[in-house]
Design a protein around this ligand. Sequence first.
Ligand code: HAM
Length: 426
Amino acid sequence: MEDSLLTTMPGTRDILPEEVAAWHVVEQAAAKVFSRYGFEEIRTPMFEATELFSRGIGGETDIVGKEMYTFRDQSGKSVSLRPEATASVVRAYLQHSMQRGAGLARMYYIGPMFRHEKKQKGRWRQFYQIGAEVLGSDDPSIEAEVIEMTLFFLQTLEVSARLLINSVGDGSCRPGYIAALRHELNRHQGELCDDCRRRTETNPLRVLDCKVETCQPVIAALPRIADHLCESCAQHFEMVQLHLRDAGIAYEIVPRLVRGLDYYVKTAFEIVSGGLGAQNALVGGGRYDGLAEILGGPRVPGFGFAMGLDRLVMILPENVKGLGKHPPELYLAYLGDVAFRKALGIARSFRHLGVSCYLDPGGGSLKSQMRQANRVGAQSVLIVGEDELARNRFPLRRMEDSTQREVTLEELEEYLLSRSSAASDH
Ligand code: HAM
């Protein structure tokens, strides 16, 4: 077999069983916290018509211009793996006439996204997002509530984070700002990198996000969007901040915060975290009141965010990661073939009662089975030999303090069930 068949593609990886526990912690915390805020899960397809993304996210963005996995299916239609899920959620909202439902649509999603990005720490070509969207309201309190939910979620996972916000204006004030930006950029073409020179024409807002050292002096002197906001955007931004302050949420206004997707209007935000290094954006989001119309639907205001799950798991404290681990409650060590078959039966009946049991065929000596019990982190070991079976009395060793006592299967059942119910109370 070729070597390449035994290796994952660049930018993709296996999430191994020992790592998945941490992912479960995060996914379960999201479901718990988000449902308190009235969000329900939605699952949309992993691929959609390419045009949904090229129109929704914007043809001039890096995502659409360079990073989509696009192919033609058997019918010749252009299809892309989803690089994000907001466009899909808005499509689903329109397709299923969710505006007819009671109240606003509050939905969250968890799943893989695909972007053909340059390889870098913290950037994957298949990565995972947890995101949430609220559709149907342009009230600025939505921003504060959703941001509060996100920060609360991170707090439950003991992850420290900083909130950065900005207003990127809307259709009535942004064109004026972009014209002013382009005017300034045109005067400094000689000092800009190739990408920024190109962006001066195609997407001047993206220049604000450039990380190239030599562009920084020009960027620092560019006009600020805050000075170009129309009355309605300025007022909306004020109200968002008022609600954030009411909720006791600290924020930093970053006038140059622009996002890599074109659908944003008014509020844009990011949550960054220290442990992440250069790719420090953990969460990105904002308001996208025009997206439904861009996709051919009626006007549906929306606000939401997505967070990088890969990045979140990277910085999750070890004690929090550990909460997702569920080592076996009972390891069955057996001596001989007859005892093995009996041990299988004991494991079967305990498993049906809800107790997790571990045993392998060909277990070897008692000593090597004890070593394995230790390796798999079993809480207790039951020793099953022919004598023990005849007497219905079995040595039970508690691994945490190596104490051993003899029990009948009935006593063991009582003991294990009391332990598991005690554990699930936590
Ligand atoms: P985004 O900023 O493109 O926004 O992505 C959100 C987050 O996904 C980033 O902050 C980062 O943590 C993670 N992420 C993005 N690309 C990668 C990658 N290549 N590898 C690892 N993690 C990555 C959106 O996707 C918008 N749909 C967010 C949104 C929802 N806006 C409104 N609603």
